[in-house]
Design a protein around this ligand. Structure first.
Ligand code: NAD
Length: 250
C-alpha cells in the first residue's frame, strides 16, 4: 500500500532490465506515482509491451545491452531528447550464476561481472553528466543479500553484487557535493522469473516466504522521490530478516 499518489511526479527515471521481474514492477508503480520512465532492456518485445501497458505518453522503450557503453550513451541521449532531463537511474539488470570459485567457469565470471558490475559502472558513468544538472538526483543500484554476506555456492554472483556496494558507497562520497544521492538495495528471495527454478531455502527467512516484487518497488519509490533527500551511501537490505542472524536454532 503506497501513501500519497504522486510521490515521483514528473521525475524522469531510467531503469535497466525493466522488461521483467522487479524492473517491470518498478515501471508499473513509478508510472502510477507520476513518473516518466525509460524501459531499457535487451528484450524488445516484453519492453515494448510494458510501455504499451503503462502508457506510451509516460514511457519509452530503449534497446540497451548494459555491457555496451556506446549503447548507454545512446540511451541517455534518447531519454533527454524525449523527456528533457534525467532525474533517477536504476541499475537493475542482472543475471544469476551458481558455483564455487572451483566450479564456476571462466566464462561465467566474465559474463556475470560484465552484466551485473560493469553494466552498473557504465550506467553511472554515462548518466552522471545529466544527473548533476538536477537539484535532487538519485542513483539506485540493485545488489542482493549476496552483496552484504557470503553466499554459499554463488561465488561469482556474490563478488559482482559486493562490487556494486563498493561502487555505491564510494560514489556517494564522490558526488554528494553535487547532490547526487547513491544508494543500493539488497533483496533476499523475490518471486521473479530469475528465481523461478531455484530452491530458495525459505526456512531460513524469519518471515517464512519470498518477497513479492511490489515490496521492493515501494523502497524504490522512496529512494527515487524527494522523500529521501538526506539518504545517500546507504545499503538497504530487504530480505524478510534472512541476514539478521542465525535462524537455524531454537
Ligand atoms: P529477471 O530475470 O526477472 O529480469 C532481468 C531483466 O534484465 C530481464 O528483462 C532481462 O532481459 C534483462 N537483462 C539481462 N541481461 C541484460 C543486459 N545485458 N542488458 C540489459 N538488460 C538485460 O530478474 P529479477 O529477478 O527481476 O532481478 C532484477 C535484479 O535484482 C537483478 O540485478 C538481480 O540480480 C537482483 N536480485 C534478484 C533477486 C531475486 O530473488 N529475484 C534477489 C536479489 C537480487
Amino acid at each position: 500500500m503506497l501513501f500519497g499518489s504522486q510521490r515521483v511526479l514528473d521525475k524522469v527515471i531510467l531503469i535497466t532490465g525493466a522488461a521483467s521481474g522487479m524492473g517491470a514492477s518498478h515501471v508499473r508503480i513509478l508510472t502510477s506515482q507520476g513518473a516518466m520512465v525509460v524501459v531499457a532492456d535487451i528484450d524488445e518485445r516484453a519492453g515494448k509491451a510494458l510501455c504499451e501497458e503503462v502508457g506510451e505518453d509516460r514511457s519509452l522503450f530503449v534497446a540497451l545491452d548494459v555491457t555496451d557503453y556506446k549503447g548507454w550513451e545512446a540511451a541517455i541521449d534518447a531519454t533527454v531528447r524525449r523527456f528533457g532531463k534525467l532525474d533517477v537511474l536504476i541499475n537493475n539488470a542482472g543475471i544469476f550464476s551458481s558455483g564455487s570459485v572451483e566450479t564456476a567457469s571462466l566464462a561465467d565470471w566474465d559474463k556475470t561481472l560484465a552484466i551485473d558490475l560493469t553494466g552498473t559502472f557504465y550506467g553511472m558513468k554515462a548518466a552522471i553528466p545529466e544527473l548533476r544538472k538536477n537539484p535532487t538526483s538519485s542513483i539506485i543500484n540493485i545488489s542482493s543479500i549476496a552483496g552484504v554476506t557470503g553466499f554459499k555456492n554463488r561465488a561469482v554472483y556474490s563478488a559482482a553484487k559486493w562490487g556494486i556496494q563498493g561502487l555505491t558507497k564510494t560514489s556517494a562520497l564522490d558526488f554528494g557535493f553535487e547532490k547526487i544521492r547513491v544508494n543500493s538495495i539488497h533483496p533476499g528471495s523475490v518471486e521473479t522469473p530469475l528465481t523461478a527454478d531455484l530452491d530458495r531455502g525459505l526456512g531460513q527467512v524469519p518471515l517464512g516466504r519470498a518477497a513479492q516484487v511490489e515490496e521492493v518497488s515501494h523502497l524504490v519509490v522512496y529512494l527515487a522521490s524527494d522523500e529521501s533527500t538526506f539518504t545517500t551511501g546507504a545499503s538497504f537490505v530487504i530480505d524478510g530478516g534472512e541476514t539478521a542472524g542465525n535462524n537455524l536454532r531454537d
